[in-house]
Design a protein around this ligand. Structure first.
Ligand code: 3PG
Length: 400
């Protein structure tokens, strides 16, 4: 983007593909981290006199307008954070978008409606995606990719549109890539990785990669129960992906063979039913050893001994990457595991990276100071796929 700014953007229409996919509860944004993350790019372009057209997806609507997934609240928040009026177009490439962009003055900012209200955005068919990219290209003279959270998606606005316009990387993408490189090239050791979240199937590829790179791999969250089961323990009614057990067994064996320390919970908080996240009614958990989960109970967070154990494994790490909560942190009774890992990252002397939508949101909603971490990535799937060493369509298109 510095190159673009030095060439001059005064009066040019600049399309910024952002990731404004923020969590919403009843139309209210509960974590605006992703909107704040794109501010440097939007501000720099607006200050330089560009007409800034911001576009993003939000949620997973089915290729047609759906008011529950409107970007309007995100546009309003962007305006508040920028301290100026942000225009909003009720469609993405239709008459409202053309009128809104057409009436922008230099330095003005507009947000167009959710890209995914158009089937062409996510279409597998290249021609269909291309037709939508053609329509998007009508709105701008220049493309700036800054939606790091979506660079792993081969979508029209991420992959096809930059091929149709002069294209540049925004500040956020440049910064994210610079940081993630530190986790893949010349990593400072010991390198510890904490992985959580619900499903082990989402993490298989990254575990596969990390077994060759990390010194310690700490497992928590719902995915831990598939590991415990693979070790021969009963897990009651905890989340379990039976079909992943063979893969997990292979990872456990590989870790032993290659000397990677694979650390599993030693105790967990259990309850007979999933807590009510809406009312946050008391959930009365009990603590049990990880190899003694009762048949009628579900594991919902790591226990106090595990919290201490994981903190000790991070205390001397020179590099830490953390993705995925340790438990159902949205309920206060099951937030302590996630809180303890976040605190351990804050206390760790090394370089710490929080990767991912849920863990980044957890850090902020649990009240941690963002500046206490080395980096909080805006990418969930994107940062994992980067660590997997995959070619990310949105980065490849910008490098092209
Ligand atoms: C994310 O939340 O990880 C990104 O915004 C991508 O969203 P998606 O998984 O719906 O493509």
């Amino acid at each position: 983007i510095d190159e673009l700014l030095s060439e001059g953007v005064d009066g040019k229409r600049v399309f910024v593909r952002a990731d404004l996919n923020v969590p919403l509860a009843d139309g209210t944004i509960t974590d605006d981290g992703r909107i704040r993350a794109v501010l440097p790019t939007v501000k720099a372009l607006a200050d330089a006199g560009a007409k800034v057209v911001v576009a993003s997806h939000l949620g997973r609507p089915k290729g047609a307008p759906d008011p529950a997934f409107s970007l309007r609240p995100a546009a309003a928040r962007l305006g508040e954070l920028l301290g100026k009026d942000v225009a909003f177009a009720e469609d993405t490439t239709g008459p409202s978008a053309h009128e809104t962009v057409g009436s922008l003055a230099p330095g003005g900012v507009a947000v167009v409606e959710n890209l995914r209200f158009n089937a062409g955005e996510t279409a597998k068919d290249e021609a269909e995606r291309g037709a939508f990219a053609d329509a998007l290209a009508q709105l701008a003279d220049v493309y700036v990719g800054d939606g790091f959270g979506a660079v792993h998606r081969k979508h029209a606005s991420v992959f096809d549109l930059p091929k149709r316009l002069p294209h540049y990387a925004g500040h956020l993408i440049a910064n994210e890539v610079e940081v993630l490189k530190k986790l893949t090239e010349d990593v400072k050791r010991p390198y510890a990785v904490v992985l959580g979240g619900a499903k082990v199937s989402d993490k298989l590829a990254v575990i596969d990669q990390l077994l060759g790179k990390a010194d310690r791999l700490l497992i928590g969250g719902g995915m831990a129960y598939t590991f415990l089961k693979a070790k021969g323990h009963e897990v009651g009614i905890s989340l379990l992906q039976e079909d992943q057990i063979p893969a997990v067994k292979e990872y456990i064996e590989r870790a032993e063979r290659t000397g990677v320390e694979l650390v599993l919970p030693v105790d967990v908080l259990v309850a007979p039913e999933f807590p009510d996240l809406r009312t946050k009614a008391p959930a009365n958990p009990t603590t049990v050893a990880a190899d003694a989960i009762p048949a009628d109970q579900e594991g919902l967070d790591i226990g106090p001994e595990t919290r201490k154990l994981y903190a000790s494994k991070l205390a001397d790490a020179a590099t830490v990457f953390w993705n995925g909560p340790m438990g159902v942190f949205e309920h206060p009774d099951y937030a302590e595991g996630t809180r303890a890992v976040a605190q351990a990252l804050v206390d760790a002397p090394g370089f710490t990276v929080v990767g991912g939508g849920d863990s980044a949101a957890a850090v902020r909603t649990l009240g941690f100071d963002e500046n206490a971490f080395g980096h909080i990535s805006t990418g969930g799937g994107a940062s994992l796929e980067y660590l997997e060493g995959k070619t990310l369509p949105g980065l490849a298109a910008l490098e092209d």
